[in-house]
Design a protein. Structure first.
Length: 181
């Protein structure tokens, strides 16, 4: 019994669970609630955990399922985005350019569709393999890969869009190569 409890030690996974929950909920307080709810569910269903399985992947999967099962429906998307903006301003104290850039990145990441954001977070931030991330989300690896590709494309479009729109085409007037028609 003691050996089984040792294998089900989740303390080392709390940071990963909190980061992923924060990515899903966009709020520190909501993330803590989500982690709590997920740990309660995981404890209640610990008999479903395969001893040979990956505890981190299983816990992330439980957390994701708790989120999908209705946590998000209790909160408005607008409120979470506003809370994220307030938190970003309150917690960032580096030089102004860095603060602005980080806020832009956070806003772009949070603007992704939930499916894309979850897939990208698990692979790019948590460092999970495609197989583990797909198992966590309960989707095929190919679906995960397409979600990540769409997320990256959306982020590139967000990144390139405003810059490309603000750069006008310059025309050299009066130079040596300026030919009169």
């Amino acid at each position: 019994m003691n050996g089984q409890n040792h294998r089900f030690d989740v303390i080392g996974q709390l940071a990963v669970l909190r980061r992923y929950a924060r990515s899903l909920t966009r709020s520190d307080a909501d993330a803590e609630d989500l982690v709590h709810d997920a740990l309660v569910r995981a404890y209640e269903r610990k008999s479903t955990f395969r001893q040979a399985g990956n505890l981190r992947t299983w816990l992330l999967s439980v957390l994701h399922n708790v989120f999908v099962d209705g946590y998000r429906s209790r909160h408005s998307a607008t409120g979470r985005v506003e809370q994220a903006a307030v938190l970003a301003e309150a917690h960032l104290l580096p030089p102004q350019d860095h603060v602005v850039r980080l806020a832009q990145i956070r806003t772009a990441f949070l603007s992704l569709a939930e499916e894309q954001r979850a897939a990208l977070h698990l692979v790019a931030i948590e460092g999970l393999s495609y197989e583990d991330a797909a198992a966590t989300l309960g989707i095929p690896v190919g679906t995960l890969m397409s979600r990540i590709a769409r997320a990256r494309a959306a982020l590139r479009e967000i990144e390139d869009g405003p810059a490309a729109a603000n750069i006008g085409h310059l025309k050299i007037v009066g130079g040596r190569n300026d030919k009169a028609n």
